[in-house]
Design a binder for this molecule. Structure first.
Ligand code: GUN
Length: 301
């Protein structure tokens, strides 16, 4: 058996196109140009690439992009002052502070300082609480949102599915579990202390892996026909001496067992960026008291 390779890159490109159309309409009909501010503190190479990708994707969709790069030794006070300024800037509808932050900065304090209406990461406690209580239309974290869209491109409904999420971070694992509960899946959240992880994974109709360990999930851990979402992005040096990106799932093995599997790169990663753009226009519409953006329902599952 050879699994379907889920084309996250293609799905994300169609979603971004759709968003670009909405941005054009907002600009032409409402005179609203959505604005996204992305803050990077320090020069972590992976974060620098992510931030550049986000800013380029925003610009390509017609969203006004502001990149604010701060030195690695920036004080918490200075980050909070910048957020305060962006909170008060009417041309900015979305604010994202790239994580992780340097040790001298308290990330919880930074997240709490962002206006919840502009919190396009969905990390603010108010948005986290809204998601947890199942309230409609909060700003939902981008990677989990992308996972749900791809899972629903494979199975129309996730209701009753056994879903296993490996990883319990605030950025991916926890919000993904919440979204899956809201989709009426039966959800298990596994992590580094979980006993007999392979056995738990073998129960999963939907296996979502955000462990940060290259190739950790083996083919023998996967239920035949399951959908596998690989959220890991690991840089490893291959036998050829060159750096490669690999996921948390042993991809070639997964292809032999799963029904559908996301590749790395080209799976979840591009969806994260597309969902950030979606959150930005959602935030812009909500701030200007305009109706929710009309993204084709077929796109959104
Ligand atoms: N670092 C890794 N993923 C993310 C994300 O989705 N948002 C932010 N702000 N930082 C991240």
């Amino acid at each position: 058996m050879s699994a379907q390779i889920i084309d996250g890159k293609g799905f994300a490109a169609r979603l971004r196109n759709n968003i670009a159309g909405q941005v054009q309409r907002l600009t032409a009909e409402q005179d609203v140009v959505p604005g996204l501010a992305v803050i990077l503190v320090g020069e972590d190479p992976a974060s620098t690439v992510y931030v550049r990708n986000k800013a380029n994707a925003a610009t390509a969709a017609g969203i006004r992009s502001l990149e604010r790069r701060l030195p690695v030794d920036t004080s918490q006070q200075d980050v909070l002052a910048l957020i305060d300024k962006l909170n008060g800037d009417p041309t900015v509808h979305g604010i994202l502070v790239q994580m992780p932050l340097p040790a001298q900065i308290d990330s919880a304090a930074v997240i709490a300082a962002i206006d919840p209406a502009k919190d396009v990461d969905g990390f603010h406690p108010l948005n986290v609480g809204q998601l947890a209580t199942g309230l409609p239309a909060p700003l939902v974290p981008c990677t989990p949102q992308g996972c749900i869209l791809l899972a629903k491109s494979i199975a129309k409904s996730l209701a009753g599915q056994d879903a296993v999420v490996i990883g319990r971070s605030n950025i991916v694992g926890k919000p993904l579990a919440q979204l899956l509960i809201n989709e009426s899946a039966t959800v298990t959240v596994a992590h580094s202390k979980t006993r007999d992880l392979p056995e738990i994974c073998r129960r999963a109709d939907l296996l979502c892996v955000a462990a940060g360990r290259p190739g950790m999930v083996r083919g023998s851990w996967i239920k035949p026909g399951a959908t596998v979402l690989d959220i890991g992005i690991n840089r490893i040096v291959g036998a050829d001496g060159k750096a490669h990106l690999v996921g948390d799932v042993a991809f070639a093995e997964a292809l032999q067992v799963a029904g559908a599997v996301t590749p790395v790169p080209g799976g979840i990663g591009p969806m994260t960026v597309a969902c950030l753009l979606l959150n930005t226009i959602r935030a812009a519409c909500a701030i200007h008291r305009l109706p929710e953006p009309m993204i084709a329902p077929a796109m959104l599952g």
